[in-house]
Design a protein around this ligand. Structure first.
Ligand code: NAP
Ligand code: HSE
Length: 437
């Protein structure tokens, strides 16, 4: 049988990695797919730019539509963003071409429309590389855990952010300096605020929640908080209390709806996921039958991401001749069986909290703070007070609370901040025990 022809949109970090992996492992890939796979066309903005891959034998163009209009059967979208990428993916689907993409922004924001168009045309849109880089988490949830009712999932799903937090903690490096290194290594998004403000993680979490709970994609409903306000002080206090701070995406099914939230989180340091460092990602999925399962691997970078892209291409090639009605559904559940469970507002989420505040070092201050928490029904699990630094008369008070509703905590924090003895804002970091239920 002839090799399947594929066209690449984008020849950057992931595009270059994909060409390299397809070439290096061509024999193994052909044995798995049943047919050879060859990139015949590719588009990039600047054809004179040095590439990490050899483009010999590939017809290059600066016009992505030329690739779509060529005789390729599969379009691999690795341009990024949700403007041009959406137009190109929709154009490819309209021409009856299968699509493989690593673009989480595109899927999280426009996936519902894209999948509907793909369904109508009987083509596949595969997006394994869009979540957690090289970890085959989409396949694991969509197929491997298909017998379970999934209760919750939580993950470190941004490599850049985890790399920054790890380097800051282990080497005392400066935030901006580590971010620059992540960009040079090809980990960061075109706009790195997507990484550090949690937007990229929220895109990925939106996708995970949809395939775990059978929901339409609802990125706008996700709560997002970044890591740029995490201080060394908080990292050290957390460690003293036996916790690590990780930038976590959490989605949990409750009776009232589905939690969908990305924020810095204290995790007990004994949990495996608390020890996932650098660019590595990990996703913990709790199913009712299987219990907790943990998936770990590189969350970004050229070849780890290419590993997921190529796996999707192989999947597409394997089903090229199969019945379109009987393929694995895009969002794991049949399109007419998606649930209308609402996504909860962050105000209705219940978690435990780490609180840090600067207080006057005098009798009665602590009593005022604990009274406010007590009046809001919030109980304290642990507390430490740090003596004022030599150049200051303010003490740091750090508290860990038991679980409380976010709206109760908001009220308590605003009452604490109103005390004359408390200075500046109260730092609040949510906590998750991530134990099996
Ligand atoms: P990248 O290195 O910036 O590559 C983007 C490519 O798209 C470049 O080759 C660029 O051309 C090309 N391009 C941009 N606009 C174009 C246009 N108008 N016409 C033709 N070509 C155009 O980005 P990347 O890191 O590979 O990321 C690609 C996608 O994968 C994104 O959706 C990203 O979120 C996702 N992703 C990335 C990683 C990672 O580790 N980097 C991991 C998982 C998922 P030039 O090279 O000529 O500028
Ligand atoms: N910028 C993303 C990250 C790339 O750092 O995780 C992988 O999706």
């Amino acid at each position: 049988m002839d090799a399947v022809k594929a066209g690449l949109l984008g020849l950057g970090t992931v595009g270059g990695g994909t060409v390299n992996v397809l070439k290096r492992n061509a024999e193994e890939i052909t044995r798995r797919a049943g047919r050879g796979i060859v990139i015949t066309h590719a588009a990039a903005r600047d054809l004179n730019k040095p590439r990490i891959c050899d483009t010999e034998g590939i017809t290059l163009t600066t016009e992505p539509m030329d690739v779509i209009n060529s005789d390729v059967e599969i379009i691999i979208e690795l341009i990024g963003g949700d403007g041009l990428a959406k137009e190109l993916v929709m154009a490819a689907i309209a021409q009856g071409k299968h699509v493989v993409t690593a673009n989480k922004a595109l899927i999280a924001k426009h996936g519902n429309e894209i999948f509907a168009a793909a369904q109508e045309k009987g083509v596949m849109v595969a997006f394994e590389a869009a979540v957690a880089g090289g970890i085959p988490i989409i396949k694991a949830i969509r197929e491997g855990l298909a017998g379970n009712k999934i209760q919750w999932l939580a993950g470190i799903i941004n490599g850049t952010g985890n790399f920054i937090l790890t380097e800051m903690r282990d080497k005392g490096r400066d935030f901006d300096d580590v971010l620059k290194e992540a960009q040079a290594l090809g980990y960061a998004e075109a706009d790195p605020t997507f990484d550090v403000e949690g937007i990229d993680a929220a895109h990925k979490l939106t996708i995970l929640a949809s395939i775990a709970f059978g929901l339409p994609l609802q990125f706008e409903a996700a709560y997002t908080e970044g890591i740029s306000n995490i201080t060394r002080e908080d990292v050290n206090f957390a460690e003293e209390l036996g916790y690590r701070i990780k930038h976590l995406g959490v989605s949990r099914r409750t009776d009232k709806g589905v939690e969908l939230r990305v924020h810095p989180t204290l995790i007990p340091e004994r949990r495996l996921i608390a020890n996932v460092d650098g660019v590595m990602n990990a996703v913990l999925v709790q199913g009712d039958a299987v219990g907790p399962t943990l998936y770990y691997g590189a969350g970004a970078g050229d070849e780890p991401t290419a590993s997921a892209v190529v796996a999707d291409i192989v999947d597409v090639v394997r089903v090229l001749t199969s019945d379109p009605e009987n393929r694995v559904p895009h969002l794991a559940f049949q399109p007419d069986a998606l649930s209308d469970l609402p996504i909860l507002s962050i105000e209705d989420v219940e978690t435990a909290y780490y609180l840090r505040m600067q207080a006057d070092d005098r009798p009665g201050v602590l009593a005022d703070v604990t009274r406010i928490l007590g009046d809001s029904g919030i109980s304290i699990e642990a507390m430490i007070q740090k003596e004022p630094q030599p150049d200051s008369d303010k003490a740091s008070i750090i508290m860990l609370t038991h679980t409380a509703l976010e709206k109760q905590m908001n009220q308590a924090i605003s009452n604490i901040e109103a005390l004359a003895s408390i200075h500046g804002e109260v730092t609040r970091i949510r906590m998750e025990s991530l134990g099996a239920e």
